[in-house]
Write a new protein. Sequence first.
Length: 262
Amino acid sequence: MAHLIVTGGSSGIGLEVARVYLAKGYRVTLMARRADLLKTARDELLTANPATPDAIFLVSVDVCNETEMRAAVIAAETEYGPCDVLVTSAGRVDPQFFDSQSSEVFDAQLAVNFFGTVYAVRAVLAGMKQRRSGRIMLISSGAALIGIPAYSAYCASKSALTGFAEALRLEAHGYGVSVSICYPPDTLTPQYEREISLRPPIAQVLMGTVRPWRPKTVAQLLVDGTERGKRQVHFGLTLKLLSCFSAFIKPVMFWRLARLTA
């Protein structure tokens, strides 16, 4: 039976990814910082999948701590066998203008979003390469495609994942390991509910008025892209065009923002 490890698996996109893979017959390891939220997530999954009580393993871990992350993966692989699929969904966003945000909060976003991903990948990659099989999906954000006021730390951390994914893909390709990255839009998660209350109007102007997506829809497209080994997964025409034609689209968007906020 194949084994999925998903960080940030206690809620939002990560939890929905786990739901999809459970339906595919996978054993699933959910990783997150809070043990109580992990237990709640497992109960929710078992309500929808009553035949899978032995297919969900919980590991409480701080993804920013490489030692903890390595130990968490060892525990998961001891329980369910080698990791076949890794999805890095753990993330943090704290909208605030750069000169108002403390270094602690700024750095914490980079630690979770970038290094939390790096440490998870490092913990599984050697085994995947040795077995010459495996799939890795890095969850970035639509915010990686364009700078957004009050999101300097978030944009920087999510943009960094693009370069990381490209380099890692080239390194892993010859070993039968696929590396994918996706750029979700605003998604109706607990994190989004907190974020939107802190989002300043100037950021909302740039990000537009597109309605947020449902986690279930995002997760299904993400899983499809992972299984197909797609290099990048986009959500909706707007983000796809921004990714492919950013050199032409960004100047227009920034000009419009300057006019609206003048």
